[in-house]
Ligand binder design. Structure first.
Ligand SMILES: Cc1cc2nc3c(=O)[nH]c(=O)nc-3n(C[C@H](O)[C@H](O)[C@H](O)COP(=O)(O)O)c2cc1C
Length: 175
């Protein structure tokens, strides 16, 4: 399987730790690619709508190659820190740009990892989960998991052995 993970955090912190633990669990025969939006040149969606009657986004930047990778994936994992009760701008940028190939994302297997400073059970996780659930309903996604973790300082999640074990298990359950 081809697994594409979109890393919504620009710092080497908890979201990356979660992604690495998840990837460690994934069986070797699978192919994993991590997309780091902050390393790419992607303009925000302008809502011009041209993509709806052409083959992709009009922006001549990294948009089309990045979205093509996501479209080609068997499993997509969206990973994000909580920023202001929502997903990060880095992740939202990529999700908005998915609009140019939106219907090609139908029926995907999708996982979501959210890391915030607030305790698990707080409203921010509920809000983010609901947003992903709406996308899942719209695009008929097979939601494999939506997991929330509480971690604030950048090393916090790596010290949470239960979370790391659970993330590895999520990865190993993929095949
Ligand atoms: C701009 C900004 C906004 C944040 N807003 C929230 C928030 O609304 N709720 C929350 O629980 N944590 C919030 N946090 C804390 C981060 O989600 C938390 O530190 C997380 O572990 C960061 O993930 P990272 O280490 O992968 O960057 C915010 C952090 C930043 C930098």
């Amino acid at each position: 399987m081809k697994i594409v993970i979109v890393n919504g955090s620009a710092r080497k912190g908890n979201t990356l730790t979660a992604i690495q633990a998840f990837a460690e669990g994934v069986a070797e025969e699978n192919e994993i690619e991590i997309i780091a939006p902050e390393k790419l040149n992607i303009a925000p969606c302008k809502g011009c709508g041209v993509c709806q009657c052409s083959k992709g986004c009009v922006d001549q930047d990294d948009t089309n190659p990045t979205i093509d990778k996501i479209v080609a994936a068997d499993v997509i994992v969206f990973a994000t820190p909580v920023y202001w009760w929502g997903m990060s701008a880095q992740l939202k940028l990529i999700i908005d740009k998915c609009y140019c190939k939106g219907l090609h994302l139908k029926n995907k297997k999708v996982g979501v990892i959210v890391v915030g400073a607030a305790r698990v059970g707080s409203i921010q996780y509920e809000l983010i989960n609901k947003q992903f659930q709406c996308m899942a309903d719209y695009l008929f996604w097979d939601m494999l998991f939506i997991k929330s973790y509480s971690a604030s300082d950048r090393a916090d999640l790596s010290n949470n052995t239960d979370a790391i074990a659970e993330l590895k298990e999520l990865g190993s359950n993929l095949c």
